[in-house]
Design a protein. Structure first.
Length: 249
């Protein structure tokens, strides 16, 4: 499966267009999620990865502004909007999810509960299980996805568009990414889905620097087969001579 959000002309320029890749693998599932569609007057409009900071939050999933500090955010006890500082976060984005901004009282802040598991995660686990057990037409999938989406201010699932198992899989994975961001799920999700080597290799970029108009390069990532496993603690290996260290450590 290949999923991309490039503008229509970009995949061919990069050599990863549908016609070329299906010659290599006729069974390939190819999903293009372009910013403004494959056709029409806006099809070549730049995607969000090329937008300035304020533009990035325009007409987006409301959960973005609940996860990352959005334009206009006022951090108590200040009365003016908070200004992002690259010196404080090298990506240019500041995490908002989990930040308590309802009081400046230390006692109130310190007594705030942190959930061990959210109902949203339970629903997402359930609908993904139905899908992968080949019960993808079960109405519970759309019902519970709509529960999550309408709560966040998103439109209901377009059942005419997401009408196959593979298309629903793309949607469910996208919902997990949006709903559970910064909750410690993403890394284990992409390992479980077998997409970790694709997503965790290559260059990583942050926000667009207004001074240059270019996205800030954050790091170069390299993920190998070794990284699927963690090292066994040395003391455990020494206690049991039959225990062998995982490859690469």
């Amino acid at each position: 499966m290949l999923v991309h959000n490039f503008r229509p002309a970009v995949p061919k320029r990069l050599g990863i267009d549908f016609d070329r890749l299906t010659l290599i693998n006729p069974r390939l599932i190819y999903c293009a999620v372009t910013g403004y569609g494959e056709h029409g007057p806006m099809k070549d409009k730049a995607g969000y990865d090329q937008f300035q900071f304020v533009q990035e939050f325009t007409d987006r999933d409301p959960r973005l502004g609940m996860t990352i500090v959005p334009p206009g955010f006022v951090r108590l006890p200040a009365t003016r909007p908070y200004v992002q500082q690259l010196a404080n976060n090298f990506t240019g984005y500041h995490q908002l999810k989990g930040y308590f901004n309802f009081s400046t009282d230390a006692q109130v802040i310190g007594s705030t509960d942190v959930p061990s598991i959210r109902y949203a995660e339970v629903l997402l686990n359930y609908v993904e299980s139905l899908l992968e057990l080949d019960d993808w037409q079960n109405p519970d999938i759309v019902t519970h996805l709509n529960d999550l989406r309408t709560r966040a201010g998103m439109p209901r699932v377009d059942v005419a568009r997401f009408n196959t198992k593979d298309k629903l899989r793309v949607l469910i994975r996208r919902e997990r990414q949006a709903e559970l961001a910064f909750e410690g799920q993403r890394y284990f999700d992409i390992r479980r889905w077998g997409t970790v080597k694709t997503l965790m290799n290559g260059e990583v970029f942050g926000a667009t620097d207004p001074a240059t108009g270019q996205a800030i390069k954050v790091q170069d990532r390299a993920y190998t087969d070794r990284d699927y496993y963690w090292p066994i603690p040395e003391k455990e290996v020494l206690l049991n001579y039959n225990m062998k260290q995982n490859d690469g450590y």
